[in-house]
Write a protein that binds this ligand. Structure first.
Ligand SMILES: [Zn+2]
Length: 396
């Protein structure tokens, strides 16, 4: 069982922390008899935004771990009744059925129908990534939910970088501040101690529920929060190890009577997002489609898989020159056959197939050298696989 104690506020160094003591009770998993304090921290001038006296955020932080290890969740603070209903009647049974043999768990808490008073803000996370830029672009003044706040949550994404992750979080906040000033948004930056208190290796399993948890901790601010979808709706799959593939379900079940969540961008494929943002000027300076460079505002490496795919689509659209501030465009053009060959050789990957579709649709001429290099890459990969298989054969 996971016991979530009453929430309380701690203040230190200009920050206010929304805390709750979490006890993992004996008999339920590898981290038995363990008490830890979980917290969400923001600038103390914004303390009223923290959802004091609600268990909602803490339940969402612990949800995937509870499902994995078969822990029931018991809360001392009240939970929003709508959230409790959605969890117990929809999200938990669906995830349990889809990931058998995980046992069904229960969530027990006093329930409340009282909406949490908030500032009616509309927010989304800021990373500079393609998904986030698409969400920002598509939630302008004409939208039903025009964006008011850019958020940076230190929830999961930075924590996969290990010990220096908090420094990356702070630098991202500084970049987000500049972007928000340019575009006329407010900002909210929220730190957590998930990394220290709940270290998990497979961050993909937690990325959606813990981002929802951070927004739920800010129910005094947001009435709408947009989670930028990584996968399109056509890629919907329920797999507890990859939260991004069923974000449509998680976000639909995370709403309360104060705060509604939407998955933004699942209606289009990834390459279509790039097609659309390539006519949106803020992306020319801020697009950060890179695995290697960790901080938005830094130049994209140009070499990693995501950079190769993004540059190739922009090249095919005839718009790569617009992105000179974030990509080494001349270098890409020089090495186009190599980059294209890498994508051609990697078409087992659906994203690479999407890039090749754009190449074909736009009738981009494929240089003969790209075909030669593609063959060489395929042969090299096959040879590597054979070597690995030979090494795996056990000795008599
Ligand atoms: Zn890169």
């Amino acid at each position: 069982m996971i016991h979530i104690g009453k929430s309380y506020i701690q203040r230190a160094d200009g920050q206010s922390r929304l805390c709750a003591d979490i006890t993992i009770c004996p008999g339920g998993g590898p981290r038995e008899r363990n008490i830890r304090t979980l917290w969400f921290a923001i600038d103390s001038r914004q303390e009223d935004y923290l959802a004091m006296g609600r268990a909602d955020a803490f339940v969402f932080v612990m949800l995937i771990s509870a499902l994995r290890y078969g822990h029931d969740i018991v809360c001392e603070d009240p939970m929003s009744e709508r959230l409790h209903y959605q969890l117990c009647d929809s999200l938990i049974p669906t995830l349990t059925l889809a990931n058998s043999p995980h046992p069904m768990i229960s969530v027990r808490a006093p329930l409340t129908r009282e909406p949490y008073p908030n500032q009616n803000a509309v927010g989304t996370g800021f990373s500079g990534g393609l998904d986030c830029m698409y969400t920002i672009m598509s939630h302008g003044r004409d939208c039903e939910y025009p964006l008011t706040h850019i958020a940076v949550f230190n929830a999961v994404t930075f924590q996969k970088y290990g010990e220096g992750y908090r420094d990356i979080f702070r630098k991202t906040c500084l970049a987000a501040e500049v972007f928000a000033r340019e575009q006329g948004f407010e900002t909210i930056f929220l730190d957590t101690n998930f990394y220290e208190a709940l270290r998990e290796e497979d961050t993909n399993a937690f990325v959606i529920t813990r981002h929802c948890a951070c927004a739920l901790a800010l129910q005094g601010l947001f009435s709408c929060y947009l989670i930028s979808s990584f996968a399109s709706a056509g890629e919907f799959t329920i797999n507890l190890s990859v939260g991004q593939e069923y974000d449509l379900l998680s976000t639909a079940c995370a709403s309360t009577d104060s705060l509604v969540f939407y998955s933004s961008g699942s209606e289009v494929k990834r390459y279509e997002k790039l097609v659309q943002i390539s006519d949106w000027a803020p992306s020319y300076r801020w697009l950060h489609a890179c695995y290697s460079k960790r901080i938005v505002g830094q130049r994209n490496c140009g070499l990693c898989k995501k950079c190769k795919e993004a540059q190739t689509i922009l090249y095919a659209l005839g718009k790569l020159d617009r992105y000179e501030a974030v990509f080494d465009v001349e270098n890409y053009k020089k090495k186009f056959p190599q980059y294209l060959a890498y994508i051609m050789a990697n078409q087992d990957d659906p994203r690479a197939r999407q890039v090749m579709q754009v190449i074909r649709d736009r009738k981009v001429s494929i240089p003969p050298r790209a075909y030669i290099l593609e063959k060489q890459i395929r042969h090299a990969v096959e040879a590597l696989k054979r070597t690995q298989q030979t090494e795996e054969v056990p000795h008599e």
